[in-house]
Structures are given as structure tokens and as C-alpha cells.
Design a protein around this ligand. Structure first.
Ligand code: HAM
Length: 433
């Protein structure tokens, strides 16, 4: 029989790697809480039309990468519908904002999420078909200050703090403004005109985009097209006075807070909902897939999916890529100063199967006092117990008939090699913290 494997582009995350994932997630929760963001959890599948209307039919995500299926009716009262595994979470958050009428509170909603997303991309290092994002959105009616450039700067400052607290070094914040919907429409026309004579020399995708959605030409990754793309007009020249002023206030606030950034006039991002501020944090250690995270403003998204006016700004961090970056950094640090892997407080070795139950009772006692205990098995020979113990814990506790009766246990410390007799009452204190 052929063996079954995880589907291409998906993977299992095992200990000890999951320790790192938990650390990243815990740091995100801790840092975001200081900015008063609360957690939202939306379903991992939604109606297909949410992404078609929200993210945009012409984007690669919607046109090629979604996992979509026809969900058949199971009862006469039901209709079959087209459903999609979420390729990103912003559309789902905005759908929830509309559905729960969060705008009626009059407050800015600050929401974060941690969860898997699904895109049928060609798998490679840092690119998977099921991947994880940590994201956040600040959205609300304009009266709640949702359009303020201060919100953009605050979100970017929060990201810089998060990466710094995690210990990620060498990131670059790339920043651009794609303007308002009107600016973008004007820029699209300018691009369309500029592309007319050039498109026939470009790849098939660009030829199509040059007609349907010229802005997407700037996303093209085909090497031969890059010299042509470099000659195209810049979006910065199509921005109106308001968009320019908004962007100038974002950069002024970043300057005041001391958050470094690099202006990148070609950064348009691969989703259609963006308006005004757009950004990516990149990291040189990641290779081709160098975007650690991306985000921006989406002032028209709520209306595009049938909601009230609700400007917003947010981001999503690629958790898989963040962990890859941390692993590379920590491998380099450990090579310079190797550290012992984290081990448990003690391994309990029952001498004979008759002592297994008593060993469980002792382990329960110690674990309830907060210690990390590995429980052996009375069927093991003593040599095997010692070998297993040394791999898992800093000390071994021997539990035989005599120890059980007398309440005096034998503890050996692996680092020092010293063997000690310890009374059961004082054992937790002796082993911990
Ligand atoms: P995005 O740029 O499509 O934006 O994705 C954000 C991040 O998710 C990327 O920078 C990358 O780190 C990670 N990512 C994307 N695709 C993959 C993949 N196939 N494998 C591994 N990691 C991946 C969004 O998703 C927007 N919803 C961000 C946003 C939130 N904008 C406003 N609010």
C-alpha cells in the first residue's frame, strides 16, 4: 500500500519548532494588547463572492489561486453555493464588521487574528499552499478617526515594535501611496495608454492585464518584462493634493517616532482593495519570497462588499516566513555560543512495573506544583531509564519499593553527576524552579 503524506504545499509543524511558533504568537498577543487590539476569529471558509468582490477578480489570488468548491444542498430548503477556503483574512474581518454592525458603535474597531490561509501557489521556500498569518485591522466610520494618517503611522510603529521585541534584525519597511480610488482610476488610464505600444512585447499575463487592470502589470515577476516596467509612469505623479498631504503626514509621524522606512514607488501590492498607504516589511534572509508581511489602507472595501463607509488599515504577517527568519538568526547565534536545549525538571524512573501507579501519583504531585516531569516506565531496565532521562530532563528520580516506603528518594543531577537523598516533602523545592 502506498504511504499517505501531507498534501503538496502543506506541512506538519512538530516540536521543538512549535515552541518558536508559540513564542511568536504570544509576543504578537502581548504587543497588540498594548495598542488595545482585540482578537477576532472568522471562519476559514466564506462565500466565494466575498473574495471576488473584496480582493478583486483580476488579482492572481482570485483568478488562479483559490480553493473553491460547489457546496451542494443537503435539504430542499438549502441552496447549493460556491464556497472558498480563505486566501486572506481582511475580507472576512470586514464582512464580520458589516454583519455585526460594528460601525454603529461609532468607535474604531481594532481587531487582530492568527490563523491559516490557503492559496494554490507553486510551493517553494517560504511559500506554501496552507500558510499562517498574524494580521490586524483598524476600521471604523470616518467620524471615529479611521482615515487619519496617524492610524497608518501607529500601525507601522506597532509592527516595528513587534519585530524588535521578537529580536528580528535587518528588516526594511518599504512604503508607498497608491492614492484614492479616483487617483488609481486616473493612474490606470495613464498606464493603459503607456502600455498600449509596449504590451505586445510583454508576457501573456501582462498583455491581458494591460487591458483589464493595468496596475497589476507592476506585479509582474517575469525577468524580461522588468526593463519595460521600469519605464512606466509612476503612481506618485497621479496622486491628488489630498492623497499627497495624507501620505506626507504618515511619513512625518514615522519620522517623529523614529521608525525607519524606504520609499518604494513601485509597491502596488497584489490585492485590489488598497488605497493610499501601502507597505511591506522585507527581509534579506528570505530569498525570493522576501516579504515578511504586507498591508495598507482599504478605504473602499466595506462599500465594495455592500457595507457602510468604513475606511481601514491593516496588515498580515507571514508567520511561516517570520519563523524561518528567526530560525536562521538563532542558528547563527547558537553557532557562536551553543546553548543546551531546554530540558524538563526531572525524569521519574519506577523500578519495576509494580511501581508505575505510584510513579504516576508522584508525577502528578510535582506537575501540579508547576514542574516539567517526564514519566518513565517500570518495564525499562535501569540503564535504559538513565539514557532516556538524560535526553529529556536535568535530573532522574528513582522510585523503588524502599523509596516508596521510606519517603526518601534518590535524585541524580546529570550536569554535576551528584546523587542526593531527598525527602518526598521537599522534592518539588529541590527540583524547581
Ligand atoms: P498579502 O501580501 O497577500 O496580504 O499577504 C501577507 C503576507 O502573508 C505576505 O507578506 C507573506 O509573508 C505571507 N504570505 C502570502 N502568501 C503566502 C504563501 N503562499 N506562503 C507563505 N506565506 C505567504 C494580505 O493577505 C492582506 N490581507 C494583508 C492586509 C491586511 N492588508 C490589509 N490588512
Amino acid at each position: 500500500m502506498s504511504t499517505l503524506k501531507a498534501v503538496r504545499g502543506t506541512r506538519d509543524l512538530l516540536p521543538p519548532e512549535t515552541v518558536l511558533w508559540n513564542r511568536v504568537e504570544a509576543t504578537a498577543r502581548k504587543v497588540f494588547a498594548r495598542y488595545n487590539f482585540g482578537e477576532i476569529r472568522t471562519p476559514i471558509f466564506e462565500e466565494t463572492s466575498l473574495f471576488a468582490r473584496g480582493v478583486g477578480e483580476e488579482t492572481d489570488i482570485v483568478s488562479k489561486e483559490m480553493y473553491t468548491w460547489e457546496d451542494r444542498a443537503r435539504a430542499q430548503s438549502e441552496k447549493s453555493q460556491s464556497l472558498t477556503l480563505r486566501p486572506e483574512n481582511t475580507a472576512g474581518v470586514v464582512r464580520a464588521y458589516i454583519e455585526h454592525k460594528l460601525g454603529e458603535t461609532g468607535q474604531l474597531q481594532k481587531l487582530y487574528y492568527i490563523g491559516p490561509q490557503f492559496r494554490r501557489e507553486r510551493p517553494q521556500k517560504g511559500r506554501y499552499r496552507q500558510f499562517w498569518q498574524i494580521g490586524a485591522e483598524a476600521i471604523g466610520p470616518p467620524s471615529a478617526g479611521s482615515e487619519s494618517p496617524l492610524r497608518d503611522a501607529e500601525v507601522l510603529e506597532m509592527l516595528a515594535t513587534f519585530l524588535d521585541e521578537l529580536g528580528i534584525t535587518g528588516w526594511t519597511l518599504e512604503l508607498n501611496s497608491v492614492g484614492s480610488a479616483a487617483d488609481r482610476a486616473r493612474y490606470n488610464e495613464t498606464l493603459r495608454a503607456a502600455l498600449e505600444p509596449l504590451a505586445p512585447k510583454m508576457c501573456a499575463d501582462c498583455q491581458r492585464r494591460a487591458v483589464t487592470n493595468p496596475l497589476r502589470v507592476l506585479d509582474c515577476k517575469v525577468a524580461e518584462d522588468q526593463p519595460i516596467i521600469a519605464t512606466l509612469p509612476r503612481i506618485a505623479d497621479s496622486l491628488d493634493e489630498n492623497s499627497r498631504a495624507h501620505f506626507a503626514q504618515v511619513t512625518a509621524a514615522l519620522d517623529a517616532a523614529g521608525v525607519p522606512y524606504k520609499l518604494n514607488p513601485r509597491l502596488v501590492r497584489g490585492l485590489d482593495y488598497y488605497t493610499r498607504t501601502t507597505f511591506e516589511f522585507t527581509h534579506g534572509g528570505l530569498g525570493a519570497q522576501n516579504a515578511l508581511l504586507g498591508g495598507g489602507r482599504y478605504d473602499g472595501l466595506s462599500e465594495a462588499i455592500g457595507g457602510p463607509r468604513a475606511p481601514g488599515i491593516g496588515f498580515a504577517i507571514g508567520l511561516d516566513r517570520l519563523v524561518l527568519t528567526l530560525q536562521a538568526q538563532e542558528a547563527a547565534q547558537n553557532a557562536a555560543s551553543p546553548q543546551a536545549a531546554e530540558k524538563g525538571h526531572a525524569y521519574i524512573a519506577p523500578l519495576g512495573e509494580g511501581l508505575n501507579a505510584a510513579a504516576l501519583a508522584l508525577a502528578r504531585e510535582l506537575r501540579r506544583k508547576g514542574l516539567t516531569i517526564e514519566l518513565g516506565d517500570g518495564s525499562f531496565r535501569l540503564k535504559k531509564s538513565f539514557e532516556a532521562a538524560e535526553r529529556a530532563a536535568r535530573r532522574i528520580v528513582i522510585l523503588g519499593e524502599d523509596e516508596l516506603k521510606s519517603g526518601i528518594l534518590t535524585v541524580k543531577d546529570f550536569a554535576s553527576g551528584i546523587q542526593t537523598k531527598v525527602a518526598r516533602d521537599g522534592l518539588a523545592e529541590f527540583l524547581g524552579p
